[in-house]
Ligand binder design. Structure first.
Ligand code: IMP
Length: 202
């Protein structure tokens, strides 16, 4: 497992054009004295996500930014995988909401495809990839198992949150206190693995 250089002056490119993600990841890196800079700020174009898994897409994004910037780069890819739909919408979770990012429609589509199938199992998945300019890559994956419910419940969070009840809870992610979701989310789990492997003790 390769570690990242940390401390004053250390920089990590976050392979995203989403300012929200940069803020979230920047806060995580700060205690290690690292600065997060986004691919957007460096004018690095977003590569086409041609992978067939979350990990493959995260690797494509991290490598594109690392090679273009000459700095290590971190990328994530995430989504909702529904068991009875063979893992759909999966890597296409954002696309199922269409150009208007209509997640009510995306949840309705998933529910319609499930029909009266009693198997409502689903998982949120987050893959993280760290790539170095020499092409070395490390990957991490965090998941939260649960079920999808109908109708969706709760106004917190984003995307498919109101549709997903994590295992061991009665509330959906959309009903849950945001802090509680963030503690146990697929993203938190993937980040914890990344921090442990690449940053801690460095
Ligand atoms: P990404 O930004 O390309 O990884 O897209 C991830 C998509 O998956 C988002 O647009 C959401 O639709 C969905 N997604 C990922 N994580 C979550 C979550 O924590 N809650 C709800 N939806 C999520």
């Amino acid at each position: 497992m390769r570690r990242l250089d940390v401390g004053p002056g250390a920089r990590l490119v976050v392979a995203t054009h989403n300012p929200g993600k940069l803020v979230e990841i920047g806060a995580l890196l700060k205690p290690f004295g690292m600065d997060a800079v986004s691919a957007g700020e460096l004018d690095i174009p977003e590569p086409e996500e041609t992978g067939s898994t979350f990990v493959e897409n995260a690797v494509i994004k991290a490598l594109a930014s690392a090679v273009a910037s000459g700095l290590p780069a971190l990328a994530d890819d995430s989504g909702l995988a529904v068991e009875a739909l063979g893992g759909d919408p999966g890597i296409y979770s954002a696309r199922w909401a269409g150009p208007d990012k209509d997640f009510d429609m995306a949840m309705e589509t998933v529910n319609r495809l499930l029909g009266d199938n009693p198997d409502r199992r689903a998982a949120f998945v987050c893959a993280l990839a760290v790539a170095w300019p020499d092409g070395h890559v490390e990957t991490f994956e965090g998941t939260v198992d649960g079920t999808v419910c109908w109708p969706p419940r709760g106004g917190n969070g984003f995307g498919y949150d109101p549709f997903f009840v994590p295992e061991g809870f009665d509330e959906t992610f959309g009903e849950m206190e945001p802090a509680r979701k963030h503690e146990m989310s697929h993203r938190a789990r993937a980040f914890a693995l990344f921090v442990e492997a690449c940053l801690k003790g460095a």
